[in-house]
Design a protein around this ligand. Structure first.
Ligand code: 5GP
Length: 114
């Protein structure tokens, strides 16, 4: 199976502006930001999307949320507010088949999303 674009970032085969990394995940700036702050938190193992997540991934999924919180704080939007988004499947607009958590902030975000 060909590596996803995010796996290539994890493996340092393509560049990204990395803001955080540990043994379980990496966080970097989105290449096409939809808000002044837009980062992605990506697990280092391939879970294709939330639909494919299994019970054994429970701790990792929790870790991704805690790192999303950490990234929001690092980026200075923890007090002003931010949105955490996981797109899963066609109708969500998912475009990269490697689970990722969006962290968006730095402006007032609309609800409901388009
Ligand atoms: P999705 O639509 O799958 O939920 O989100 C995928 C996100 O990955 C998009 O916001 C898109 O801008 C971002 N993205 C796609 N390719 C790259 C890339 O090569 N580098 C970075 N940093 N972000 C990417």
């Amino acid at each position: 199976m060909e590596k996803t674009i995010f796996q290539k970032i994890i493996d340092r085969e393509i560049p990204a502006s990395i803001v955080y990394e540990d043994d379980q995940c990496i966080a970097f700036e989105d290449i096409d930001p939809q808000a002044p702050i837009h980062c992605l938190v990506v697990p280092k193992i391939l879970i294709v999307r939330l639909r494919e997540a299994k019970d054994e991934h429970q701790a990792l999924l929790g870790h991704l949320l805690l790192i999303a919180k950490k990234v929001a704080k690092m980026k200075g939007v923890d007090q002003s507010g931010y949105r955490v988004v996981i797109n899963s499947g066609k109708d969500s607009g998912e475009s990269v088949p490697h689970l990722h958590v969006h962290v968006l902030g730095g402006r007032s975000l609309q609800w409901p999303p388009g």
